[in-house]
Design a protein around this ligand. Structure first.
Ligand code: LLP
Length: 471
């Protein structure tokens, strides 16, 4: 049956031929429909997942993470070898970090980039060798830096003059030797949401190109610090390679100048590779990204007559993003009459901006499908919203869902592996959902869900129920 186009639908949203289909780019490769029509991920049915772990639950497809980590490593290895250099891939833990994921990516040959003391502790707790950890951040505290130096992280990406002096004091006091990269801002404004662009001028990260030489000169004076090279990250959820090319070219100019006064062995070009959240997103394949970005660096080096640096990259979202699917239960449904005469369907689920803040923060778009069964009949434009006391508590702003979606149905939102759990909150005292890894037909909790006791536990005015009440 052909479904009508809704007058409230944005232009980019396509009416699906089948509102139960699973668009390949948006779902993990293992996603399919079982004999009963329920969504299955890695051979585990959404119905069984919801029964066992409750809803909401974030399901993470382990093989999808591993395959993508392997693909990044293979693609950058091959591209670097083609141009006579090497490439390291760091998994950017800010996208989502727990000990299980840290182990998966390390087993696939990646390193890990952390940006706080907390992320550093997760990587260490996972048994990641400290020399495989890179430490970022625009405001690392003295204790964070001390801990990083003490455990021997491979690289610290320095972000400010103050940080250089903090590190100088630490290495002077401890006698340690620490390898550092200098983060620069190339002036390239990546074509992404303003909050996700990080290398234009008016923001908090790194050194402007014009100030970087002085920072490097200072580092080279300090005995315990080894200047290993430059770092530049232009932003996140970027499609195509134009921004990376331009940024690399500007940073190479600085690298060439710095080589006149000493070695600059490494260049880290950050992460930021985009993924598909809806079927209209068209991310560049990993092999193309790797090939074109490394070739751009090689061209720049050849034009300047300088040797290729050793390269590194820091993808986060592109490794875990499409591995995650959030399952919710549909609660209430309202057809809201608008002044224009149009009617918008609101489908409320049992989570929301506390487990996925991206729509509220960045106006991010997601997609959704019924997960417990196949819907019958035509597609109906719907807005999926959460249970929080806020109008902006939107999970999926625009999606065509089966018209017979009903309370009690399970709803799956794909591409929630990155920056959903890591940005989760307890807004409205809603406990954060469990994270369950699926692989080969089996499911295992990797981060347990919060209980209401966890959420209340920090309020010192609440006496635990098992304790006698003192009057
Ligand atoms: N390296 C650095 C220095 C970064 O700051 C980031 C991300 C990455 C690597 C990894 O970027 P990715 O490959 O994941 O795009 N919360 C936002 C994204 C913030 C990105 C922060 N930095 C979102 O949900 O879109």
């Amino acid at each position: 049956m052909l479904s009508p186009v809704d007058s409230l639908a944005p232009e980019w949203l396509v009416v699906p031929d089948d509102p139960n289909d699973l668009a390949a780019a948006v779902w993990p490769a293992s996603a399919s429909r079982g004999a009963d029509g329920a969504l299955e991920i890695a051979g585990v049915s959404a119905t069984a997942l919801a029964q066992t772990f409750g809803t909401p639950v974030l399901v993470l497809d382990e093989e999808e993470v591993r395959v993508r980590a392997r693909a990044f490593r293979a693609a950058f290895d091959a591209a670097a070898a083609d141009h006579g250099t090497t490439a390291q891939v760091y998994y950017a833990g800010k996208a989502f970090l727990c000990t299980a994921v840290a182990r998966w990516v390390i087993e696939e040959g990646l390193r890990i980039d952390v940006c706080t003391g907390g992320e550093l502790e997760v990587a260490l707790a996972a048994g990641v060798a400290a020399d495989r950890i890179g430490f970022h951040g625009n405001n690392k505290s003295v204790p964070e830096l001390e801990r990083a130096v003490e455990v021997g992280v491979g690289t610290i990406v320095v972000d400010s003059e103050i940080e250089i002096e903090r590190l100088a004091a630490i290495v002077a006091r401890t006698g340690a030797r620490q390898c550092v990269l200098v983060r620069v801002i190339s002036g390239v404004h990546a074509e992404t949401h303003d909050f996700l662009a990080t290398a234009h001028e008016d923001q908090k990260f790194g050194f402007p190109l014009v100030d970087a030489a002085a920072a490097v000169a200072r580092i080279r004076e300090i005995d315990g610090l080894e200047f290993a090279g430059l770092h530049c990250h232009i932003g996140s959820q970027i499609f195509g390679v134009a921004g990376f090319r331009e940024s690399a070219s500007r940073v190479l100019e600085l690298l060439e100048a710095l080589r006149e006064t000493g070695p600059v062995p490494q260049l880290n070009l950050g992460g930021g590779f985009g993924i598909a959240y809806t079927r209209v997103d068209d991310p560049t394949p990993i092999e193309t990204l790797a090939g074109e970005i490394v070739a751009a660096v090689a061209e720049g080096c050849a034009a300047r007559g300088i040797e290729m640096p050793a390269l590194s990259f820091e993808p986060g979202r592109a490794i875990v993003g499409t591995a995650g699917v959030t399952l919710y239960e549909v609660g209430t449904i309202k057809d809201v009459q608008l002044g224009s005469g149009a009617v918008r369907r609101y489908l409320s689920v049992d989570g929301g901006m506390s487990d996925n803040a991206r729509p509220a923060l960045y106006g991010a778009q997601f997609s959704a499908r019924l997960a417990s069964r196949l819907g019958i009949g035509e597609a109906r434009l719907s807005r999926v919203v959460g249970k929080h006391c806020e109008t902006g508590d939107i999970v999926v702003e625009h999606e065509y869902l089966p018209a017979d979606a009903a309370p009690g149905d399970l709803l799956a939102v794909p591409a929630t592996g990155a920056y959903c759990a890591s940005l989760a909150s307890n807004y409205n005292h809603v406990p954060r959902p469990p994270i369950v890894a699926v692989r080969d037909g089996r499911a295992q909790v990797i981060v347990r869900g919060e209980t209401i006791a966890d959420v209340l536990g920090r309020d010192v005015g609440i006496v635990p129920a098992s304790d006698p009440v003192v009057r």
